[in-house]
Design a protein around this ligand. Structure first.
Ligand code: NAP
Length: 509
Protein backbone atom coordinates (compact mmCIF):
# COMPACT_ATOMS: atom_id res chain seq x y z
CA UNK A 1 0.00 0.00 0.00
CA UNK A 2 1.29 3.44 -0.88
CA UNK A 3 1.65 6.01 1.81
CA UNK A 4 1.61 9.79 1.44
CA UNK A 5 5.31 10.09 0.86
CA UNK A 6 5.52 7.55 -1.94
CA UNK A 7 3.16 9.10 -4.42
CA UNK A 8 1.26 12.11 -3.07
CA UNK A 9 -2.03 12.75 -4.83
CA UNK A 10 -4.19 15.82 -4.25
CA UNK A 11 -7.93 15.76 -4.71
CA UNK A 12 -9.43 19.24 -4.87
CA UNK A 13 -13.07 19.37 -3.79
CA UNK A 14 -15.07 16.92 -1.72
CA UNK A 15 -18.27 16.74 -3.73
CA UNK A 16 -19.45 13.76 -5.75
CA UNK A 17 -16.35 13.77 -7.99
CA UNK A 18 -13.79 14.12 -5.21
CA UNK A 19 -15.44 11.55 -2.96
CA UNK A 20 -15.90 9.13 -5.87
CA UNK A 21 -12.23 9.49 -6.82
CA UNK A 22 -11.11 8.95 -3.22
CA UNK A 23 -13.14 5.75 -2.91
CA UNK A 24 -11.79 4.37 -6.19
CA UNK A 25 -8.22 5.12 -5.06
CA UNK A 26 -8.87 3.28 -1.82
CA UNK A 27 -10.38 0.35 -3.68
CA UNK A 28 -7.12 0.13 -5.65
CA UNK A 29 -5.09 0.17 -2.43
CA UNK A 30 -3.81 3.70 -2.91
CA UNK A 31 -3.87 5.60 0.36
CA UNK A 32 -1.46 8.38 -0.52
CA UNK A 33 -4.01 11.08 -1.23
CA UNK A 34 -5.20 14.24 0.48
CA UNK A 35 -8.55 15.85 -0.18
CA UNK A 36 -8.82 19.62 0.03
CA UNK A 37 -12.24 21.10 0.70
CA UNK A 38 -12.69 24.85 1.00
CA UNK A 39 -15.88 24.52 3.07
CA UNK A 40 -16.32 23.01 6.50
CA UNK A 41 -18.55 20.25 5.13
CA UNK A 42 -18.34 17.88 2.16
CA UNK A 43 -21.08 17.56 -0.49
CA UNK A 44 -20.40 20.36 -2.98
CA UNK A 45 -23.58 21.51 -4.65
CA UNK A 46 -25.69 19.29 -2.35
CA UNK A 47 -24.28 21.09 0.67
CA UNK A 48 -24.86 24.54 -0.83
CA UNK A 49 -28.32 24.16 -2.34
CA UNK A 50 -30.76 23.85 0.52
CA UNK A 51 -33.69 25.83 -0.88
CA UNK A 52 -37.21 24.50 -0.27
CA UNK A 53 -38.04 21.76 -2.76
CA UNK A 54 -34.39 21.18 -3.73
CA UNK A 55 -34.05 17.69 -5.17
CA UNK A 56 -32.19 16.03 -7.99
CA UNK A 57 -34.02 15.96 -11.30
CA UNK A 58 -32.16 12.80 -12.31
CA UNK A 59 -33.32 9.53 -10.77
CA UNK A 60 -31.27 8.50 -7.73
CA UNK A 61 -30.47 5.01 -8.96
CA UNK A 62 -28.50 6.65 -11.77
CA UNK A 63 -27.52 9.79 -9.89
CA UNK A 64 -25.33 7.92 -7.40
CA UNK A 65 -22.03 6.10 -7.68
CA UNK A 66 -22.27 2.76 -9.51
CA UNK A 67 -19.86 1.23 -6.98
CA UNK A 68 -21.86 2.58 -4.04
CA UNK A 69 -25.49 1.83 -4.74
CA UNK A 70 -27.90 2.88 -2.03
CA UNK A 71 -30.93 0.70 -1.24
CA UNK A 72 -32.41 3.37 1.03
CA UNK A 73 -33.40 6.12 -1.38
CA UNK A 74 -36.82 7.16 -0.15
CA UNK A 75 -38.05 8.20 -3.58
CA UNK A 76 -37.29 8.13 -7.28
CA UNK A 77 -35.87 11.67 -7.22
CA UNK A 78 -34.13 12.25 -3.91
CA UNK A 79 -34.09 15.48 -1.98
CA UNK A 80 -30.86 17.38 -1.33
CA UNK A 81 -30.91 16.20 2.32
CA UNK A 82 -30.84 12.54 1.32
CA UNK A 83 -28.09 13.04 -1.25
CA UNK A 84 -26.05 14.99 1.26
CA UNK A 85 -26.53 12.22 3.86
CA UNK A 86 -25.42 9.68 1.24
CA UNK A 87 -22.19 11.62 0.61
CA UNK A 88 -21.45 12.16 4.29
CA UNK A 89 -22.14 8.44 4.82
CA UNK A 90 -19.57 7.55 2.15
CA UNK A 91 -16.90 9.68 3.81
CA UNK A 92 -17.60 7.81 7.01
CA UNK A 93 -17.82 4.33 5.46
CA UNK A 94 -14.56 4.66 3.53
CA UNK A 95 -12.61 6.39 6.31
CA UNK A 96 -12.00 9.47 4.17
CA UNK A 97 -11.90 11.81 7.15
CA UNK A 98 -8.21 11.17 7.73
CA UNK A 99 -7.47 12.25 4.16
CA UNK A 100 -9.69 15.31 4.33
CA UNK A 101 -8.56 18.87 4.98
CA UNK A 102 -11.69 20.89 5.57
CA UNK A 103 -11.75 24.70 5.42
CA UNK A 104 -8.71 24.57 3.17
CA UNK A 105 -8.95 26.37 -0.11
CA UNK A 106 -6.36 25.86 -2.81
CA UNK A 107 -5.59 29.31 -4.21
CA UNK A 108 -2.83 28.55 -6.70
CA UNK A 109 -0.98 25.69 -8.30
CA UNK A 110 2.33 25.54 -10.14
CA UNK A 111 3.96 22.68 -12.00
CA UNK A 112 7.60 21.88 -11.43
CA UNK A 113 8.75 20.25 -14.65
CA UNK A 114 12.08 19.09 -13.30
CA UNK A 115 10.56 17.09 -10.48
CA UNK A 116 7.21 16.30 -12.10
CA UNK A 117 5.26 17.72 -9.19
CA UNK A 118 2.53 20.25 -8.54
CA UNK A 119 2.95 22.78 -5.74
CA UNK A 120 -0.48 23.64 -4.38
CA UNK A 121 -0.77 26.70 -2.16
CA UNK A 122 -3.60 26.96 0.35
CA UNK A 123 -5.38 30.11 1.52
CA UNK A 124 -3.36 29.90 4.72
CA UNK A 125 -0.15 30.06 2.73
CA UNK A 126 0.83 26.40 3.20
CA UNK A 127 2.25 24.51 0.25
CA UNK A 128 1.48 20.91 -0.58
CA UNK A 129 3.39 18.94 -3.17
CA UNK A 130 1.54 16.39 -5.28
CA UNK A 131 2.59 14.10 -8.11
CA UNK A 132 -0.95 14.04 -9.47
CA UNK A 133 -3.89 16.40 -9.00
CA UNK A 134 -7.48 15.26 -9.39
CA UNK A 135 -9.58 18.37 -9.67
CA UNK A 136 -13.22 17.98 -8.70
CA UNK A 137 -14.15 21.60 -8.17
CA UNK A 138 -17.49 21.41 -10.00
CA UNK A 139 -18.85 23.51 -12.84
CA UNK A 140 -21.82 25.24 -11.20
CA UNK A 141 -20.66 26.39 -7.79
CA UNK A 142 -20.70 30.14 -7.30
CA UNK A 143 -24.05 31.91 -7.55
CA UNK A 144 -24.62 34.34 -10.38
CA UNK A 145 -26.16 37.56 -9.08
CA UNK A 146 -28.05 39.50 -11.76
CA UNK A 147 -26.92 42.94 -12.77
CA UNK A 148 -30.13 44.85 -12.18
CA UNK A 149 -30.25 48.60 -11.50
CA UNK A 150 -30.74 49.36 -7.82
CA UNK A 151 -30.27 45.75 -6.69
CA UNK A 152 -28.59 46.93 -3.50
CA UNK A 153 -31.40 49.36 -2.69
CA UNK A 154 -33.99 46.73 -1.74
CA UNK A 155 -34.98 47.16 1.90
CA UNK A 156 -36.45 43.67 2.40
CA UNK A 157 -34.66 40.32 2.42
CA UNK A 158 -32.99 39.15 -0.74
CA UNK A 159 -31.00 35.96 -1.26
CA UNK A 160 -29.94 33.48 -3.94
CA UNK A 161 -31.39 29.95 -4.15
CA UNK A 162 -27.88 28.52 -3.70
CA UNK A 163 -27.43 30.57 -0.50
CA UNK A 164 -30.91 30.20 0.98
CA UNK A 165 -31.46 32.26 4.10
CA UNK A 166 -33.30 29.88 6.44
CA UNK A 167 -33.62 32.62 9.06
CA UNK A 168 -36.22 34.36 6.91
CA UNK A 169 -39.69 32.97 7.52
CA UNK A 170 -41.69 33.26 4.28
CA UNK A 171 -45.04 32.60 5.94
CA UNK A 172 -47.59 35.22 4.80
CA UNK A 173 -44.90 37.27 3.07
CA UNK A 174 -45.05 38.87 -0.37
CA UNK A 175 -42.32 37.05 -2.29
CA UNK A 176 -40.75 37.50 -5.74
CA UNK A 177 -38.80 34.77 -7.53
CA UNK A 178 -36.56 35.98 -10.36
CA UNK A 179 -35.80 33.23 -12.86
CA UNK A 180 -37.48 30.14 -14.26
CA UNK A 181 -34.64 27.60 -14.45
CA UNK A 182 -34.14 24.21 -12.76
CA UNK A 183 -33.84 25.80 -9.30
CA UNK A 184 -36.83 28.14 -9.64
CA UNK A 185 -39.22 25.42 -10.75
CA UNK A 186 -38.50 23.51 -7.54
CA UNK A 187 -38.73 26.53 -5.22
CA UNK A 188 -41.95 27.97 -6.66
CA UNK A 189 -44.32 25.05 -5.88
CA UNK A 190 -42.67 24.51 -2.50
CA UNK A 191 -43.16 28.00 -1.11
CA UNK A 192 -46.44 28.92 -2.83
CA UNK A 193 -48.68 27.31 -0.15
CA UNK A 194 -47.16 29.31 2.72
CA UNK A 195 -46.62 32.78 1.27
CA UNK A 196 -49.24 35.54 1.01
CA UNK A 197 -48.31 36.39 -2.56
CA UNK A 198 -45.80 34.92 -4.98
CA UNK A 199 -44.75 36.61 -8.22
CA UNK A 200 -42.52 34.77 -10.66
CA UNK A 201 -40.49 36.98 -12.99
CA UNK A 202 -40.03 35.05 -16.22
CA UNK A 203 -37.59 36.31 -18.82
CA UNK A 204 -37.70 33.10 -20.84
CA UNK A 205 -40.27 30.32 -20.54
CA UNK A 206 -38.95 26.77 -20.07
CA UNK A 207 -39.85 23.39 -21.52
CA UNK A 208 -40.94 21.17 -18.65
CA UNK A 209 -41.57 17.42 -18.90
CA UNK A 210 -43.40 15.24 -16.35
CA UNK A 211 -41.43 13.85 -13.43
CA UNK A 212 -43.64 10.99 -12.28
CA UNK A 213 -41.88 10.98 -8.93
CA UNK A 214 -42.84 8.30 -6.41
CA UNK A 215 -42.00 7.18 -2.93
CA UNK A 216 -40.35 3.77 -2.43
CA UNK A 217 -42.18 1.52 0.02
CA UNK A 218 -40.34 0.05 3.02
CA UNK A 219 -40.73 -3.37 1.35
CA UNK A 220 -39.06 -2.16 -1.86
CA UNK A 221 -36.15 -0.80 0.18
CA UNK A 222 -35.83 -4.04 2.14
CA UNK A 223 -35.74 -6.02 -1.10
CA UNK A 224 -33.10 -3.71 -2.57
CA UNK A 225 -30.96 -4.10 0.55
CA UNK A 226 -31.30 -7.88 0.52
CA UNK A 227 -30.75 -8.36 -3.23
CA UNK A 228 -28.29 -5.68 -4.40
CA UNK A 229 -28.52 -6.96 -7.98
CA UNK A 230 -32.01 -5.40 -8.07
CA UNK A 231 -30.36 -2.01 -7.69
CA UNK A 232 -27.98 -2.80 -10.52
CA UNK A 233 -30.91 -3.82 -12.71
CA UNK A 234 -32.83 -0.64 -11.82
CA UNK A 235 -29.76 1.46 -12.65
CA UNK A 236 -29.18 -0.41 -15.89
CA UNK A 237 -32.74 0.14 -17.17
CA UNK A 238 -32.99 3.76 -16.05
CA UNK A 239 -29.63 4.59 -17.58
CA UNK A 240 -30.42 2.97 -20.92
CA UNK A 241 -33.85 4.56 -21.03
CA UNK A 242 -32.22 7.97 -20.62
CA UNK A 243 -29.80 7.15 -23.46
CA UNK A 244 -32.66 5.92 -25.66
CA UNK A 245 -34.60 9.14 -25.15
CA UNK A 246 -31.42 11.27 -25.24
CA UNK A 247 -31.62 12.29 -28.93
CA UNK A 248 -34.97 14.00 -28.27
CA UNK A 249 -33.15 16.26 -25.82
CA UNK A 250 -29.82 16.83 -27.57
CA UNK A 251 -30.14 16.39 -31.35
CA UNK A 252 -31.03 19.33 -33.58
CA UNK A 253 -33.85 17.43 -35.24
CA UNK A 254 -37.18 19.10 -35.96
CA UNK A 255 -38.91 15.71 -35.87
CA UNK A 256 -37.49 14.63 -32.49
CA UNK A 257 -38.01 18.10 -31.04
CA UNK A 258 -41.69 17.80 -31.97
CA UNK A 259 -41.89 14.65 -29.79
CA UNK A 260 -40.38 16.48 -26.81
CA UNK A 261 -42.57 19.50 -27.43
CA UNK A 262 -45.71 17.32 -27.56
CA UNK A 263 -44.83 15.68 -24.20
CA UNK A 264 -44.16 19.08 -22.63
CA UNK A 265 -47.35 20.63 -24.04
CA UNK A 266 -49.34 17.72 -22.64
CA UNK A 267 -47.69 18.37 -19.28
CA UNK A 268 -48.67 22.07 -19.53
CA UNK A 269 -52.28 21.41 -20.51
CA UNK A 270 -52.83 18.94 -17.71
CA UNK A 271 -51.64 21.52 -15.19
CA UNK A 272 -52.91 24.84 -16.55
CA UNK A 273 -56.42 25.35 -17.90
CA UNK A 274 -56.33 29.03 -18.89
CA UNK A 275 -55.28 29.23 -22.60
CA UNK A 276 -53.85 32.72 -22.15
CA UNK A 277 -51.64 31.54 -19.27
CA UNK A 278 -50.66 28.45 -21.27
CA UNK A 279 -49.49 30.76 -24.05
CA UNK A 280 -47.36 32.87 -21.72
CA UNK A 281 -45.74 29.77 -20.26
CA UNK A 282 -44.95 28.21 -23.66
CA UNK A 283 -41.32 28.63 -24.78
CA UNK A 284 -40.59 30.08 -28.22
CA UNK A 285 -37.39 28.11 -28.83
CA UNK A 286 -36.70 24.56 -29.91
CA UNK A 287 -37.22 21.81 -27.34
CA UNK A 288 -33.88 20.93 -25.69
CA UNK A 289 -32.07 24.15 -26.64
CA UNK A 290 -32.01 25.17 -22.97
CA UNK A 291 -31.97 22.57 -20.23
CA UNK A 292 -35.24 20.60 -20.25
CA UNK A 293 -36.83 20.84 -16.82
CA UNK A 294 -38.64 18.09 -14.96
CA UNK A 295 -41.67 18.80 -12.77
CA UNK A 296 -45.22 17.67 -12.09
CA UNK A 297 -46.29 20.73 -10.14
CA UNK A 298 -44.42 23.85 -11.31
CA UNK A 299 -46.94 24.95 -13.94
CA UNK A 300 -49.92 23.94 -11.76
CA UNK A 301 -48.71 26.45 -9.15
CA UNK A 302 -49.76 29.31 -11.44
CA UNK A 303 -53.37 28.16 -11.04
CA UNK A 304 -53.25 29.25 -7.40
CA UNK A 305 -54.90 32.57 -6.50
CA UNK A 306 -51.82 33.83 -4.66
CA UNK A 307 -49.36 33.16 -7.52
CA UNK A 308 -48.75 35.39 -10.52
CA UNK A 309 -46.56 35.23 -13.61
CA UNK A 310 -44.84 38.45 -14.61
CA UNK A 311 -43.39 38.51 -18.10
CA UNK A 312 -42.84 42.25 -18.34
CA UNK A 313 -39.04 42.72 -18.16
CA UNK A 314 -37.50 43.94 -14.91
CA UNK A 315 -36.42 47.59 -15.14
CA UNK A 316 -34.96 48.16 -11.69
CA UNK A 317 -35.08 47.10 -8.08
CA UNK A 318 -36.33 49.77 -5.67
CA UNK A 319 -36.34 49.83 -1.90
CA UNK A 320 -39.98 48.55 -1.85
CA UNK A 321 -39.76 45.95 -4.61
CA UNK A 322 -39.30 45.39 -8.34
CA UNK A 323 -40.15 47.91 -11.02
CA UNK A 324 -40.98 46.48 -14.43
CA UNK A 325 -40.22 48.36 -17.64
CA UNK A 326 -43.87 49.43 -17.98
CA UNK A 327 -43.30 51.57 -14.87
CA UNK A 328 -45.30 49.38 -12.48
CA UNK A 329 -43.82 48.89 -9.00
CA UNK A 330 -44.43 45.43 -7.51
CA UNK A 331 -44.04 45.55 -3.74
CA UNK A 332 -42.35 42.62 -1.93
CA UNK A 333 -41.03 41.62 1.46
CA UNK A 334 -38.58 39.07 0.02
CA UNK A 335 -36.83 38.63 -3.32
CA UNK A 336 -35.44 35.19 -4.23
CA UNK A 337 -32.78 35.18 -6.92
CA UNK A 338 -33.08 31.92 -8.84
CA UNK A 339 -30.66 33.30 -11.39
CA UNK A 340 -28.23 30.39 -11.77
CA UNK A 341 -24.49 30.05 -11.44
CA UNK A 342 -21.29 31.54 -12.77
CA UNK A 343 -20.06 29.00 -15.27
CA UNK A 344 -17.04 27.66 -13.42
CA UNK A 345 -15.85 25.90 -16.53
CA UNK A 346 -15.21 29.09 -18.41
CA UNK A 347 -12.10 29.87 -16.40
CA UNK A 348 -9.56 28.19 -14.17
CA UNK A 349 -10.88 27.95 -10.60
CA UNK A 350 -7.65 29.64 -9.38
CA UNK A 351 -4.28 30.39 -10.91
CA UNK A 352 -2.89 27.17 -12.39
CA UNK A 353 0.56 27.54 -13.90
CA UNK A 354 1.76 24.68 -16.06
CA UNK A 355 4.83 24.00 -18.18
CA UNK A 356 6.77 26.91 -19.66
CA UNK A 357 5.05 29.23 -17.15
CA UNK A 358 1.74 29.31 -18.99
CA UNK A 359 -1.47 29.68 -16.99
CA UNK A 360 -4.69 27.81 -17.61
CA UNK A 361 -6.57 31.10 -17.94
CA UNK A 362 -4.24 32.10 -20.80
CA UNK A 363 -4.82 28.74 -22.47
CA UNK A 364 -8.57 29.15 -22.07
CA UNK A 365 -8.75 32.77 -23.22
CA UNK A 366 -10.81 31.64 -26.24
CA UNK A 367 -12.94 29.15 -24.29
CA UNK A 368 -12.28 26.15 -22.07
CA UNK A 369 -10.96 23.10 -23.88
CA UNK A 370 -9.44 19.87 -22.69
CA UNK A 371 -8.69 16.46 -24.08
CA UNK A 372 -11.76 14.33 -23.37
CA UNK A 373 -12.68 17.02 -20.86
CA UNK A 374 -9.91 15.84 -18.55
CA UNK A 375 -6.42 16.94 -19.45
CA UNK A 376 -4.98 20.13 -20.93
CA UNK A 377 -1.76 20.25 -22.90
CA UNK A 378 0.97 21.95 -20.88
CA UNK A 379 -0.60 20.93 -17.56
CA UNK A 380 0.76 17.42 -16.95
CA UNK A 381 -0.56 15.10 -14.28
CA UNK A 382 -3.60 17.35 -13.76
CA UNK A 383 -6.86 15.47 -14.27
CA UNK A 384 -10.16 17.29 -14.26
CA UNK A 385 -13.44 15.74 -13.37
CA UNK A 386 -16.57 17.37 -14.82
CA UNK A 387 -14.30 19.41 -17.10
CA UNK A 388 -15.14 21.12 -20.43
CA UNK A 389 -17.61 19.36 -22.74
CA UNK A 390 -18.42 16.57 -20.33
CA UNK A 391 -21.86 17.64 -19.13
CA UNK A 392 -24.93 15.71 -20.22
CA UNK A 393 -28.27 17.19 -21.19
CA UNK A 394 -30.10 13.91 -20.86
CA UNK A 395 -28.64 11.62 -18.17
CA UNK A 396 -26.57 11.52 -15.00
CA UNK A 397 -23.32 13.50 -14.98
CA UNK A 398 -21.87 10.82 -12.72
CA UNK A 399 -21.68 8.36 -15.60
CA UNK A 400 -19.14 10.73 -17.16
CA UNK A 401 -17.39 11.41 -13.87
CA UNK A 402 -16.78 7.72 -13.22
CA UNK A 403 -15.14 7.35 -16.64
CA UNK A 404 -12.88 10.29 -15.80
CA UNK A 405 -11.91 8.76 -12.49
CA UNK A 406 -11.11 5.46 -14.25
CA UNK A 407 -8.90 7.31 -16.75
CA UNK A 408 -6.96 9.15 -14.03
CA UNK A 409 -6.59 5.97 -12.03
CA UNK A 410 -4.98 4.20 -14.96
CA UNK A 411 -2.57 7.09 -15.39
CA UNK A 412 -1.66 6.97 -11.70
CA UNK A 413 -1.07 3.21 -11.78
CA UNK A 414 1.06 3.49 -14.90
CA UNK A 415 3.07 6.34 -13.45
CA UNK A 416 3.80 4.32 -10.35
CA UNK A 417 4.57 1.10 -12.20
CA UNK A 418 6.72 2.60 -14.96
CA UNK A 419 8.49 5.35 -13.06
CA UNK A 420 6.84 8.01 -15.18
CA UNK A 421 7.56 11.57 -14.21
CA UNK A 422 4.69 13.14 -16.06
CA UNK A 423 2.13 12.63 -18.81
CA UNK A 424 1.25 15.74 -20.79
CA UNK A 425 -1.46 15.40 -23.41
CA UNK A 426 -0.12 16.24 -26.87
CA UNK A 427 -1.39 19.56 -28.25
CA UNK A 428 -2.22 18.04 -31.65
CA UNK A 429 -4.25 15.27 -30.00
CA UNK A 430 -6.15 17.79 -27.87
CA UNK A 431 -6.81 20.08 -30.88
CA UNK A 432 -8.05 17.23 -33.04
CA UNK A 433 -10.37 16.03 -30.28
CA UNK A 434 -11.88 19.48 -29.80
CA UNK A 435 -12.28 20.12 -33.52
CA UNK A 436 -14.33 16.93 -33.58
CA UNK A 437 -16.38 18.05 -30.58
CA UNK A 438 -17.19 21.42 -32.16
CA UNK A 439 -17.95 19.81 -35.55
CA UNK A 440 -20.54 17.58 -33.88
CA UNK A 441 -21.84 20.48 -31.82
CA UNK A 442 -23.35 21.96 -35.00
CA UNK A 443 -25.83 19.08 -35.06
CA UNK A 444 -26.87 19.58 -31.46
CA UNK A 445 -29.99 21.48 -30.48
CA UNK A 446 -28.06 23.76 -28.08
CA UNK A 447 -26.79 25.69 -31.10
CA UNK A 448 -30.30 26.19 -32.52
CA UNK A 449 -30.56 29.83 -31.53
CA UNK A 450 -31.54 30.23 -27.87
CA UNK A 451 -29.53 31.89 -25.14
CA UNK A 452 -28.34 29.56 -22.35
CA UNK A 453 -25.56 29.07 -19.82
CA UNK A 454 -24.30 26.20 -22.00
CA UNK A 455 -22.81 28.76 -24.39
CA UNK A 456 -19.65 30.70 -23.54
CA UNK A 457 -18.87 34.27 -24.50
CA UNK A 458 -17.34 33.03 -27.77
CA UNK A 459 -20.76 31.58 -28.67
CA UNK A 460 -19.46 28.03 -28.55
CA UNK A 461 -20.57 25.26 -26.28
CA UNK A 462 -17.74 24.25 -23.97
CA UNK A 463 -20.09 22.70 -21.43
CA UNK A 464 -21.87 19.66 -22.84
CA UNK A 465 -20.79 16.49 -24.55
CA UNK A 466 -22.36 16.29 -28.01
CA UNK A 467 -23.56 12.72 -27.98
CA UNK A 468 -24.48 9.74 -25.89
CA UNK A 469 -22.95 9.09 -22.47
CA UNK A 470 -21.91 5.57 -23.48
CA UNK A 471 -19.89 7.01 -26.33
CA UNK A 472 -18.06 9.35 -23.98
CA UNK A 473 -17.44 6.52 -21.54
CA UNK A 474 -15.92 4.36 -24.28
CA UNK A 475 -13.67 7.21 -25.39
CA UNK A 476 -12.66 8.38 -21.93
CA UNK A 477 -12.28 5.49 -19.62
CA UNK A 478 -9.19 3.98 -21.23
CA UNK A 479 -5.90 5.78 -21.11
CA UNK A 480 -3.81 5.62 -24.26
CA UNK A 481 -0.30 6.77 -23.46
CA UNK A 482 0.30 7.47 -27.15
CA UNK A 483 -1.95 10.53 -26.70
CA UNK A 484 0.48 11.88 -24.14
CA UNK A 485 4.01 13.16 -24.12
CA UNK A 486 5.52 10.98 -21.44
CA UNK A 487 8.62 11.90 -19.46
CA UNK A 488 10.37 9.26 -17.38
CA UNK A 489 12.62 9.85 -14.41
CA UNK A 490 14.99 7.66 -16.36
CA UNK A 491 15.24 10.43 -19.03
CA UNK A 492 16.21 12.89 -16.36
CA UNK A 493 18.98 10.64 -15.17
CA UNK A 494 20.14 10.18 -18.75
CA UNK A 495 19.95 13.92 -19.25
CA UNK A 496 21.99 14.54 -16.12
CA UNK A 497 24.55 12.00 -17.26
CA UNK A 498 24.67 13.61 -20.71
CA UNK A 499 25.17 17.06 -19.20
CA UNK A 500 27.92 15.71 -16.98
CA UNK A 501 29.62 14.13 -19.98
CA UNK A 502 29.27 17.37 -21.98
CA UNK A 503 30.57 19.44 -19.10
CA UNK A 504 33.41 16.99 -18.77
CA UNK A 505 34.16 17.27 -22.48
CA UNK A 506 33.99 21.08 -22.39
CA UNK A 507 36.38 21.13 -19.47
CA UNK A 508 38.81 18.73 -21.15
CA UNK A 509 42.01 20.33 -22.48
P1 NAP B 1 -30.42 28.74 -14.73
O1 NAP B 1 -30.91 27.54 -15.41
O2 NAP B 1 -29.24 29.44 -15.25
O3 NAP B 1 -31.65 29.73 -14.64
C1 NAP B 1 -31.49 31.05 -14.26
C2 NAP B 1 -32.80 31.78 -14.47
O4 NAP B 1 -32.66 33.10 -14.06
C3 NAP B 1 -33.21 31.81 -15.94
O5 NAP B 1 -34.61 31.67 -16.03
C4 NAP B 1 -32.77 33.20 -16.37
O6 NAP B 1 -33.50 33.72 -17.45
C5 NAP B 1 -33.07 33.97 -15.12
N1 NAP B 1 -32.32 35.20 -15.00
C6 NAP B 1 -30.99 35.37 -14.87
N2 NAP B 1 -30.68 36.67 -14.80
C7 NAP B 1 -31.83 37.35 -14.89
C8 NAP B 1 -32.18 38.72 -14.90
N3 NAP B 1 -31.24 39.68 -14.81
N4 NAP B 1 -33.49 39.06 -15.02
C9 NAP B 1 -34.42 38.11 -15.13
N5 NAP B 1 -34.18 36.79 -15.14
C10 NAP B 1 -32.90 36.42 -15.02
O7 NAP B 1 -30.11 28.48 -13.17
P2 NAP B 1 -30.64 27.31 -12.22
O8 NAP B 1 -32.10 27.21 -12.29
O9 NAP B 1 -30.04 27.53 -10.89
O10 NAP B 1 -30.02 26.03 -12.87
C11 NAP B 1 -28.65 26.01 -13.29
C12 NAP B 1 -28.21 24.61 -13.56
O11 NAP B 1 -28.00 23.97 -12.30
C13 NAP B 1 -29.22 23.75 -14.27
O12 NAP B 1 -29.23 23.91 -15.65
C14 NAP B 1 -28.77 22.39 -13.83
O13 NAP B 1 -27.69 21.95 -14.60
C15 NAP B 1 -28.33 22.63 -12.42
N6 NAP B 1 -29.43 22.30 -11.50
C16 NAP B 1 -29.73 21.00 -11.37
C17 NAP B 1 -30.75 20.63 -10.55
C18 NAP B 1 -31.06 19.19 -10.43
O14 NAP B 1 -32.09 18.85 -9.91
N7 NAP B 1 -30.21 18.27 -10.89
C19 NAP B 1 -31.49 21.58 -9.85
C20 NAP B 1 -31.15 22.91 -9.99
C21 NAP B 1 -30.11 23.27 -10.83
P3 NAP B 1 -33.07 33.35 -18.97
O15 NAP B 1 -33.50 31.93 -19.18
O16 NAP B 1 -33.81 34.33 -19.80
O17 NAP B 1 -31.58 33.51 -19.05
Amino acid sequence: MLNGEDFPIAIIGAGFAGIGAAIRLKQEGIESFTMFERASEVGGTWRDNTYPGCACDVQSHVYSLSFEQNPNWSRRYSTWQEIQEYLIGLVDKWGLEKHLRRNTEIVSAEFDEKNGTWALTTDEGDTFTARVVLSGVGGLVDPSYPKIDGIDDFSGDMFHTARWNHDVDLTDKRVAVIGTGASAIQVVPSIAPIVAKLSVFQRTAAWVVPKFDLEYSPRAKRLAARFPFLLRIARFFKYWLSELLGPIVFLDSKLLSRVGRAISMWNLRRQVQDPELQKRLTPDFQFGCKRVLVSDDYWATFERDNVGLITEPIGAIRSEGIETTDGELHVFDVIVLATGFLLGLAAAPFQIRGRRGRTLDEMWADGAVAYKGMTVSGFPNWFMMMGPNTGPGHTSVLVYTEAQIAHALQAIKKMIAEDIKYCDVRQDVQDRYNEGIQRRMKHMVWASGCHSWYLSSDGRNHSLYPGFAWEYVLRARHLNLADYEVAFFEDERQLDELETVEEGLAAAP
